[in-house]
Design a protein around this ligand. Sequence first.
Ligand code: BG6
Length: 491
Amino acid sequence: RVAGPCVLVLFGVTGDLARKKLLPAIYDLANRGLLPPGFSLVGFARRDWQDQDFAQLTHDAVKEHARTPFREEVWKQLSEGIFFCPGEFTDDGAFDALAMMLKEIDQTRGTGGNYGFYLSVPPKFFPVVVQQLKRTGLANAPEGSWRRVVIEKPFGHDLRSAQELNAITSAVFPESSVFRIDHYLGKETVQNILALRFANNLFEPIWNRGYVDHVQITMAEDIGIGGRAGYYDGIGAARDVIQNHLLQLLALVAMEDPTSFGADSLRREKEKVLKAVQLPPDLELSTARGRYGPGWQGGEPVAGYTQEDGIPPDSITETYAAVKLEIANRRWAGVPFYLRTGKRLSRRVTEVAVIFQRAPHLPFSKDDTEILGQNALVIRVQPDEGITVRFGSKVPGTAMEVRDVSMDFAYGESFMESSPEAYERLLLDVLIGDPPLFPHQREVELSWKILDPIEDFWATQGPPEEYPSGTWGPTSADEMMARDGREWRRL
Ligand code: BG6
């Protein structure tokens, strides 16, 4: 899989995402030989810059964040195709200049009129940029070439705004040209959920309400909001990651097998399961919210959320969210899916734990099985990528004592190949035009339909419960599990 001739136009080149992820990913693709020789990168931003200034920014970003080693000859070839177009999004002249520049690049570098437009900008700028692409004719692909637009979450703030946003892009680009990035789908371990389930016959027979007690999906971060107050406040943990990353994980874990890994089949199965998701009737009992207070992280004292720069003291935004969901279909009826995410928790870990029912009868004395948990299959998404199976095993000795043990698969030990970074994989898919790993608008809307009632409920509840930074979140989240006679996994 190698990209054909094309230009990637990046709006929002001076942002964090560009510096930490996108520009390094482009270099990594080049380094792995996955970009065509004439590949060109155009940066567009409100800076009084020349091509070499943007090349310098890219160079520094690559040096600091690229996954693959820096090779002078790769950089030299890539940098010959780096261009910069200065301007404001509202400036017609700047977009006319962009159109001219792209034409010239086609002529000098053989890029064939194939353009990807990456909108790494806040959603409030989507309408104006998309309109400019329409006005200049850049959105329309002449026969034999392609035009694609890449948008980053947040895809709206709720169902209504997601639909409005979509109306803006779909008036200009057909759905097949819109690539919505949910970078979790670019992660190797997330794609491996599909391999685990559908390339094996071992797990699928027990992957249902007959054997599974419940599922826990956790995305814990140790970092706070950093410099992102402007984005985060008013959004909160649930909109930031449950609406997208965690519901996508749920969909992959719970969906039926697709007839192929083509975009249509995969999306159809994900949609079906998202459509079947139901909220428990009492949201007070089946959701929990928190926000980090002052505490300790990595041996250092850290500030609480409301002491962070740019956060109003009366903010009611949550930095921790937990929800219990059910899936009303034959496979999952009655099996709760617990989702939790939070910032400034004890450590960074994302995992999906499928917890199985206890054996129906234990022919051992009670004492011998006291330390026996429930069988679990844990998909370790990050940082220690792999899969763990927990099961009871006889303790060596003359008595029949049973204790839990783990069987581990670790990527690093089983494979020599290094995983591409999520953005690297997804950028290549955009340039190739391969859509399975990009959520369809219907998935975005279904996810908002799940979240909107929860957000509406929380909006009436005042500020969230504070938890000390460096702990595992608010007590209300533990109480939520305890009501069901369960516990969060200790990570
Ligand atoms: C982003 C969220 O989508 O994912 C951030 O907006 C979060 O708040 C980030 O920190 C986490 O990504 P990863 O890949 O580090 O788990």
